[in-house]
Design a protein around this ligand. Structure first.
Ligand SMILES: Nc1nc2c(c(=O)[nH]1)N[C@H]1C(S)=C(S)[C@@H](COP(=O)(O)OP(=O)(O)OC[C@H]3O[C@@H](n4cnc5c(=O)[nH]c(N)nc54)[C@H](O)[C@@H]3O)O[C@H]1N2
Ligand SMILES: Nc1nc2c(c(=O)[nH]1)N[C@H]1C(S)=C(S)[C@@H](COP(=O)(O)OP(=O)(O)OC[C@H]3O[C@@H](n4cnc5c(=O)[nH]c(N)nc54)[C@H](O)[C@@H]3O)O[C@H]1N2
Ligand SMILES: [Mo]
Length: 713
């Protein structure tokens, strides 16, 4: 938190932290001239950032001052779905919202109101402070925030009680690095130099991914698994470990429960059987098992790509169980890395920063709606129906499964929808009222990454743009207007101080003075030396019995591929380097490409650059194709985070994604869509750069609230 040039000069550089939904949580240095951001760069406050950042955040100023930025509140004009609003004052907009909330609450009850937020790009102040208090006070329906990491969280909690993972910095100590269902070259770039360093020092690299990711290209072994089959790959390795006596019996005895049952469930997964299901050559599976068996330190970077299917939770359990069974803990660079936000049990106790301690109101016992089934909730719920939606920190029209059902729900005339957003997007298109929100460069927050363990201060570097307001103030104000007066959080700065009061003196002082605070176990803990499982007895629960009845097929049991003759291809949609989820999509106008393997393209008479129809019983996407061997046969890929403007018919991958739930945790099955593809005859990208047969009915029109030229400060 320095202001190197003094606060009165026209040019100053301020240190802050990135708040976006990425494991890396970079520390930033932002240069401001005449009140306007001119440069955003990485700083060295957070050691892993090491002075460099991704292009997305480097260019974040384009979003802050961009054409799509919401500058003032707006009230809908005309049909829903068109992003047409008339300008309103905050007072008028908040009055209308208050009136509607009262009306719905009195007529139907609080449960007819549903707050929709996810908050991956929000810190400890801009989510779960005055917003949580407000919705609790109203007794609204509750939302299960399951769109991401629900299965990985369930698995990591059950096995290890969210034990902190191996830090990026310790990857250089590993002899073997396994990158499993993660693509850090896009989704968390600061891990990459540590992996390169380790390779230079002789470490072997294994990548398990249906894509030939940039790391797969540099790997000693690449296992191009069929999506949804990681569970059998991991169980086959367990079987090898158990059958060849390569388990660490001493560790299993002292530190684990349930190894016997895991062994039993793994016993039928011979290499041959696993190879058949995963469609990976048996030789590669064998080599992987051998390499894992003999290497130490060995670390597994488990990502999120493998969780998003019907076997995802069990797959992650089987993967995370490997270091326990093989005895890989207790050395620097050995063990696993999953989400370190999931290490918050440690952090909460240690840093004493726990949302439940500052929301001084119990959650009401109202119904819970799984956000992955929002479309169904909006179109089918009758007990009572949802009459009022309050959307913030989330872009459901673009990011949730079964997009067509979500859009149908959002288009309901009898639904009153508030969207509190930074930019006009696919969701604001359906709003009755839009409210302009600040970005992380305009308000206070406390950022916590899920790669690093540290907490960081997020400091406003510029004044709020237009009439944008921080979440905490708006929910406070709404609470006041509705008579929920108690215990206001105040401004974002006041809320920050209130939250910091809960922290230990050491953490508070460190955050205020240096902008960063580490938990007491430091930033590079060794698993089973510095940190231990937070389960009962501090043991690894290799077979968490309580989950057996929660999983459709039972623990560690594979559920078969749902592909049919009609829909034989698996569609996946991993992270792209252009957006963070859908955030920043407004800055990209180029159309998206579907990646398809040459054999699948040939079978269908598809050439590079053709436009195709990708479809199943839920919907269809019209887009261009890129033929590439980098995606395995039988699997096709579209980027996640697309906006409706990025395809030819206004549908994204989510129009093809079922709203079925993962085996554990109620997660989304984004990588479990089955589709067919046909060529749209005679149309190539170079022939037809603009939309073909676009269904314009729901494609948003031009902006009416955003500035025509770049905004003010
Ligand atoms: N640039 C950028 N960075 C991001 C994000 C972003 O949108 N853009 N999003 C952030 C968020 S919210 C998250 S959760 C993380 C996610 O970060 P990652 O864990 O890297 O997740 P994904 O990009 O979804 O998928 C990673 C890899 O999994 C592969 N995959 C898909 N299905 C399977 C499968 O069944 N098995 C296996 N083994 N692999 C599979 C994909 O091909 C992909 O290469 O990234 C964060 N970082
Ligand atoms: N097809 C497919 N879809 C996916 C996935 C996939 O793998 N495939 N993965 C998904 C994953 S990993 C995730 S995490 C989800 C995320 O899905 P979302 O939660 O919808 O995340 P974003 O798309 O980033 O949208 C967040 C929105 O919040 C707004 N916002 C940010 N900060 C604030 C604030 O302080 N106040 C207010 N009022 N608004 C704010 C931003 O402007 C942005 O529009 O998407 C999922 N969608
Ligand atoms: Mo995510």
């Amino acid at each position: 938190m320095s202001d190197s040039n003094g606060q009165f000069s026209t040019s100053r550089t301020t240190n802050t932290a990135c708040q976006l939904d990425c494991p890396d949580a970079c520390s930033l240095s932002v240069q401001v001239e005449h009140g306007r951001i001119v440069k955003i760069d990485g700083s060295t406050e957070q050691p892993v950032t090491n002075g460099y950042i991704c292009a997305k955040v480097r260019n974040f100023g384009e979003r802050v001052y961009g054409e799509s930025r919401l500058l003032v509140p707006g009230i809908r004009e005309g049909t829903k779905g068109r992003n047409k609003f008339r300008r309103a004052s905050w007072d008028e907009a908040l009055n209308l919202i208050t009136k509607k909330i009262r009306e719905v609450k009195d007529r139907v009850g609080g449960e007819a109101i549903l707050p929709v937020s996810y908050g991956g790009s929000n810190g400890l102040i801009s989510q779960d402070t005055s917003d949580a208090r407000f919705f609790r006070g109203l007794g609204t329906s509750r939302l299960a925030r399951t769109v991401c990491a629900a299965p990985t969280r369930a698995a990591a909690t059950a096995l290890y009680g969210r034990m902190p993972g191996v830090s990026y910095q310790d990857y250089v100590h590993a002899q073997l690095i396994v990158v499993w269902g993660a693509n850090p070259s896009t989704s968390g770039i600061h891990l990459i130099p540590y992996i390169y360093d380790a390779q230079r020092q002789g470490a072997k690299l294994v990548v398990i991914d249906p894509h030939t990711t940039p790391l797969a290209r540099r790997a000693d072994l690449h296992l191009p698994v069929k999506p949804g089959t990681d569970i059998v790959v991991a169980l086959a390795v367990h079987r090898v470990l158990f059958e060849t006596g390569q388990t660490d019996e001493n560790f299993l005895e002292t530190h684990t429960h349930g190894a016997k049952t895991l062994r039993e469930r793994a016993s039928k997964w011979t290499i041959e059987r696993a190879a058949e299901i995963s469609e990976v050559e048996p030789k590669l599976l064998e080599q992987f098992a051998e390499l894992y068996k003999k290497s130490s330190p060995a670390v597994i970077r488990c990502g999120w790509g493998l969780e998003r299917n019907r076997n995802g939770g069990n797959a992650v359990m089987a993967v995370l169980a490997l270091p326990a069974v093989a005895g890989k803990f207790g050395v620097r660079g050995g063990g696993y890395t999953m989400s370190n936000a999931a290490a918050s049990n440690h952090a909460k106790r240690d840093l004493a920063l726990d949302p439940s301690s500052w929301i001084d109101l119990e959650e009401p016992n109202t119904r819970t709606i799984n956000m992955n089934q929002l479309g169904r909730a909006l179109t089918e719920c009758n007990d009572p129906p949802i009459n009022l939606l309050f959307i913030y920190n989330c872009n459901p029209a673009a990011t949730l499964p079964d997009q067509n059902r979500v859009l149908k729900g959002l288009a309901r005339d009898d639904l009153f929808t508030v969207v509190f957003e930074q930019v006009e997007n696919d969701t604001t298109a359906f709003a009755d009222v839009v409210l302009p929100a600040t970005t992380f460069l305009e308000s206070y927050d406390i950022s916590r990454g899920y790669g690093a363990f540290s907490l960081q201060m997020v400091t406003p570097v510029i004044d709020t743009v237009g009439e944008a307001r921080p979440n905490v103030e708006v929910f406070d104000e709404l609470g006041s207007r509705l008579g929920l007066r108690n215990n206001k959080f105040g401004s974002d700065a006041e809320a920050l101080l209130r939250v910091l009061k809960q922290a230990s003196p050491k953490v508070k002082e460190s955050l205020l003075e240096t902008g960063i605070a580490e938990p007491s176990f430091g930033s590079t803990p060794v698993q089973f030396v510095d940190v231990f499982p937070c389960t009962i007895n501090q043991k690894v629960e290799l077979f968490p019995k309580s989950l057996e009845s929660d999983t459709p097929a039972g623990l560690y049991r594979y559920q078969p591929d749902p592909a049919t003759e009609q829909y034989p291809l698996t569609l996946i949609s991993p992270a792209s380097d252009r957006t963070i989820n859908s955030t920043l999509g407004e800055l990209h106008s180029k159309p998206a490409f579907l990646q398809i393997n040459p054999t699948d393209a040939l079978d269908r008479g598809i050439d590079d650059g053709n436009s195709v129809r990708v479809f199943n019983e839920l919907g269809e996407v019209h887009c261009y194709v890129k033929i590439t061997k980098e995606i395995r046969p039988g699997t096709v890929s579209l980027p996640k985070g697309l906006w409706r403007q990025h395809t030819l018919n206004g549908s994204t991958a989510n129009a093809l994604v079922p709203d079925s739930l993962t085996d554990l945790g109620g997660g989304a099955c984004f990588n479990d869509a089955r589709v067919q593809i046909t060529r749209v005859m005679g149309v190539k990208l170079q022939d037809q750069p603009i939309a073909l047969s676009v269904d314009t009915a729901l494609v948003p029109e031009q902006s009416t609230l955003a500035p025509k030229t770049n905004g003010d400060t």
